[in-house]
Design a protein around this ligand. Structure first.
Ligand code: GTB
Length: 215
């Protein structure tokens, strides 16, 4: 059955791979599933046709036959659950990999998103300069804990899994902040994710849509 996802017609990041369709593309590439992409404008995302797929008017969405999904956690879990390559066969190892998906989304991503909101939406407020170090320290706290867990392992729990795919995707949003560079082992972990051929294909595919015109 054909898989169709949605992505920004023009991503605000100009193709740096930070919009959340990249992680879904990556998962599909890891499991070797072909997919189509329907590009949507910001206006179209708020119209009834898209809202029927995504109640919050966002990308990405995922369609496969009668099934329509939103939320990258649910989409990537669905992909990983139905195709070999992203979740281990052993039941306990599988449950732990899923735990890491949740940890990425529920524990590590929130302070990273808070920093982006603080910068983009509150950067002009008189109290912003005072608040930012507190927000960034909450990220450092999570990165310290993640670093303690990872140690010198390549991946979070044995072989690469959907948990790593989600964690690397979340950490990638920190790349331009300089904070990730304070944790060279975590920066190396992210680089290992980016070096995967499946990630490279996913990145190239989103860049092909968003690349600024040459010249
Ligand atoms: N929890 C949802 C999920 O995981 O699927 C979050 C989905 C989401 O935030 N989608 C964003 C969106 O549709 C795009 S990815 N926003 C439009 C809206 O809400 O109206 C977030 C994003 C956007 C832009 C950049 N960037 O330019 O760097 C990075 C990330």
């Amino acid at each position: 059955m054909t898989i169709t996802i949605t992505a920004f017609e023009r991503s605000p990041d100009g193709g740096r791979g930070l919009a959340r369709d990249t992680r879904v593309r990556w998962a599909l590439e890891e499991v070797g599933q072909p997919y189509k992409v329907r590009l949507v404008s910001f206006e179209a995302m708020k119209e009834p046709a898209h809202l029927a797929l995504h109640p919050f008017g966002q990308i990405p969405t995922y369609e496969e036959g009668d099934l329509a999904l939103f939320e990258t956690g649910a989409i990537i879990f669905h992909i990983a659950n139905h195709h070999a390559g992203l979740l281990p066969d052993d039941a306990n190892a599988r449950a732990r990999a899923i735990t890491w998906m949740f940890a990425a989304l529920n524990t590590v991503e929130p302070p990273i998103l808070e920093r982006e909101s603080a910068r983009l939406l509150e950067g002009d407020k008189p109290w912003s300069k005072e608040r930012m170090p507190l927000v960034e320290d909450r990220i450092r706290n999570r990165l310290n804990q993640l670093f303690d867990h990872l140690g010198d392992a390549d991946w979070l729990d044995g072989a690469f899994s959907a948990g790593d795919l989600m964690m690397v995707s979340v950490l990638l949003r920190l790349k331009s902040s300089g904070i990730l560079d304070e944790f060279p082992d975590l920066a190396a972990y992210v680089s290992r994710g980016e070096a995967r051929p499946a990630y490279q294909r996913a990145f190239a595919a989103q860049l092909a849509v968003n690349k600024p015109p040459a010249g």
